[in-house]
Each structure stands twice: as C-alpha cells, then as structure tokens.
Write a protein that binds this ligand. Structure first.
Ligand code: ADP
Length: 401
C-alpha cells in the first residue's frame, strides 16, 4: 500500500445514486485512487465494500447500510483507520443536472444547493439523491469544500436545434430542453484525446459511451454539438433497462388504451425496457446476452447495434463528416462483438477496424487503411470529479506518482 506523507491532502469523489454510493479517494498528486468502493441496495439490505489500490478489501459491511449518511460514515471511519494522516482537502460530487446555469463544476453553497433542488422535477430519479449525498458529505466533513460536477455541463453550449423539441416554445422557456448527460465521461474522453491525439481535437469526433446507461455525443473541435440523450436519461440509445428513443405516441397508447398511470409507465420505460425488454426478460447485461447466443439475445443485440449505427450516421451528418469514433463505457471498452458489429459496413464513412486489435481491446482499433480513427478510451468519471475537487482546493495538476 502507498505510504502517505504526513498530513497529505486527500480528495474524495462521490457518485450518489438512488440506492448506491460510489466512492474513490485520491491523493494530492496522482490519478490512481488510494481506495475505491461502492455501497449497493442502500436500505434494509444495503452493503458496502471498499478496496485499496491493490484490490485488497479494506472494509466489507454486508447488510448494514441503511442510508447514504450511514454509508459515508463507514467510508470515513475506514479512511481514518487506513490513512490516519490524511487530511480531506475537498469532496467532489457527481450531480446529474446542472440546468441552464452550470457549464462547469461549482463550489457548493446554500444558494447553489437551492438551485439544484429547483431542478429536481427535471431529474426526479437522480437529483434528490445527488443533493442528499452533498448534504451527507457536508455533515461528515464540516468546512471542507464540496464541489458539484454536472453530467449536463459538457453539453451546455450546444446549438439551439439540438437543444430544443418541436413543441410550443413556452416549454423551451420553462427549461424543457435537450440537456444531454454522461458529460463527465465525455469531458474525460476529450481531455484524453487532447493528450494522446491532439490533432483529433481539431476535428469531428463521435464518442459512444456504451454502458448500462448509454449515449453518444458529437464533438466538434472539442465542443459537444449533438447528444443522443435529451431531456431525461431515457432518450437516444437503448440501455440495460431504459428504452432509448421512443415515439411519444406509444406513451399515449399506454395511457389511453391500457389505462396505465405515470408510475407504471415510468417503471416500464426506466426498468423493464432496453436490452432487458428486447430480450424478453432474459438480461439487461450485454455480457450475459452475448453468452446466451439465442433468438432472444440476438433480438436485443441487433437492435442495440442498429441504433448505435443510426446515431453514428446522424452525428457524422451534422458535423459534415467524421475523423474519429471513440468507444467507452463497459460495453464500448470490452465488447468485441458490439464494436465489430457497429463498425461493419461503415467503409463509406472511412471506418475499417483491424480485427486483431479489436480482439485485444487495443487503444487504436482502426486498420492502416481506415480514413477514420477508431479508438477505445477507458473512461474515468471519478477522475474528472477528483480533478475538479483538486482545482477547487487550489491544486491544479494531478501527476501519476
Ligand atoms: P454503468 O452505466 O452502470 O456504469 P458500465 O459502464 O459498467 O455500466 O457497463 C456495464 C455493461 O458493460 C454491462 O452490460 C456489461 O455486460 C457490459 N460489459 C462489461 N464487460 C463486458 C465484456 N467483456 N463483454 C461484453 N459486455 C461487457
């Protein structure tokens, strides 16, 4: 385990979901976390596991975590026990919605928290938990700067045509807009491209963040110009259990003909659709579906690939072409099958992958004949949060020690 200097500063990155809390503890001068972990199913059966950088279990609390506050208390006790000299310098939080005001991370004040609470109707399943996570951290680390990092921020400069829906304009004025999400991931991928392939940052890049949640983003000269997710985290690509793009007439059908209420429709669209719904309940997990290799799993994977390809074509069209396609997220980084199938028949777009490199999950997947660069970037949302927290504490550079 890494030795810490006396009173070395630590930075905590927190990602509070409805029933989960992901944590990563960073040192002052490095991008590799000293400790990572996650609390799951927070409630009567909530469990929490924390590991050090070598994968050694530091804390295992099965069935004891009934609130986010409780989860944080276990995290803090573990930090104090394992890193007694560490001084918490700042805490960074993933916050799903920053609304119209926040295009970058912000230091949390009571005024900021009030604005974030006003956005709860726009992200009812996430925003209240994000705010609860900030409150719990404020209580746990009094006086320590708390920094909110927004999934919407990366997309704030998008052109009007990608920001609006074609419904009465008063809704746009009320904030019913296409905000786009997964911004922390796109932010990280953009910063990585600037480091390893700066010429691409002058061009037209499509990033496919394919995980349990999935979206795509068109990035022109380093800025988001279109995203597949819109007003909520339901739009765009099909996901593990979320539907992706849908004709609103389907919801009217559910309301009018099936007499479902909004809670039932929400349950279907968020929790019973996507890969799970397409596969007839077989699985929401791409790896399981690939292994199943049957009619149900083919249905789900075929639709997923079709939608990624369709979105890719649309994004290349709005940018007038494409210079790079970047895969990230659990599926994008690991599924050879999905990447191969997405890139099939895209020669017209200048995309040709080297199947050997694809099989190895190499960083550059494109063949020497490919006009368009195809890459994998292992995304690190935790690091984007930690960097924002460092910067709030006046430390700008993280170097890998
Ligand atoms: P989240 O959005 O919850 O952060 P992840 O980015 O971790 O999700 O992605 C989870 C998805 O990645 C799951 O569908 C999982 O099956 C898929 N995945 C992970 N490893 C592989 C693999 N080796 N092959 C295919 N799919 C994989």
């Amino acid at each position: 385990m890494k030795d810490l200097m006396l009173s070395e500063a630590g930075f905590l990155a927190l990602n509070a979901g409805s029933s989960s809390l992901k944590v990563a503890l960073f040192p002052a001068g490095g991008d590799e976390p000293l400790m990572t972990g996650q609390a799951d199913r927070i409630g009567p059966e909530g469990a929490l596991k924390l590991k050090d950088q070598d994968g050694e279990v530091l804390e295992n609390a099965p069935g004891l975590i009934d609130s986010h506050t409780n989860a944080l208390a276990v995290v803090i006790a573990t930090i104090k026990r394992v890193f007694p000299e560490l001084r918490m310098a700042a805490v960074g939080h993933r916050v799903v919605h920053g609304g119209l005001d926040y295009a970058e991370p912000v230091l949390v004040t009571e005024e900021v928290l009030a604005k974030l609470a006003d956005l709860e109707p726009f992200a009812p399943l996430h925003q209240p938990h994000n705010i609860a996570g900030i409150r719990a951290a404020e209580e746990a680390f009094p006086g320590v700067p708390q920094v909110a990092c927004f999934d919407t921020a990366f997309h704030r400069g998008q052109p009007f045509v990608n920001d609006t829906f074609a419904i009465p304009h008063r809704y746009y004025e009320k904030g019913v807009r296409r905000y786009g999400f997964h911004g922390l991931s796109y932010d990280y991928v953009t910063s990585e491209l600037a480091r390893i392939a700066p010429h691409l940052m002058q061009g037209r890049v499509v990033v496919a963040h394919l995980g349990n949640g999935a979206s795509m983003c068109a990035i022109y000269r380093g800025k988001s110009v279109a995203s597949s997710m819109g007003f909520s985290a339901l739009d765009g690509l099909p996901m593990g259990t979320r539907c992706g793009q849908i004709d609103p007439g389907v919801m009217l059908y559910m309301l009018d003909r099936e007499n479902l209420d909004t809670a039932q429709i929400r349950q279907i669209l968020y929790n019973e659709s996507g890969l799970l719904g397409l596969s007839g309940g077989l699985s929401n997990d791409m790896r399981t579906l690939e292994q199943a290799d049957n009619a149900q799993s083919h249905r789900a994977i075929d639709y997923f690939v079709f939608r990624v390809q369709r979105e890719l074509g649309a994004m290349a069209a709005v940018m007038g072409g494409i210079d790079a396609l970047v895969f990230c997220g659990g599926i994008g980084e690991n599924s050879r099958v999905v990447r191969r199938r997405v890139c099939e028949r895209l020669g017209w777009m200048g995309i040709e992958i080297d199947h050997g490199k694809n099989a190895e999950n190499a960083t550059i997947l494109s063949s020497e004949f490919s006009r368009t660069t195809v890459m994998i970037v292992n995304t690190r949302e935790d690091l984007v949060i930690a960097r924002a927290a460092r910067s709030a504490a006046g430390i700008t550079e993280g170097t890998d020690a």
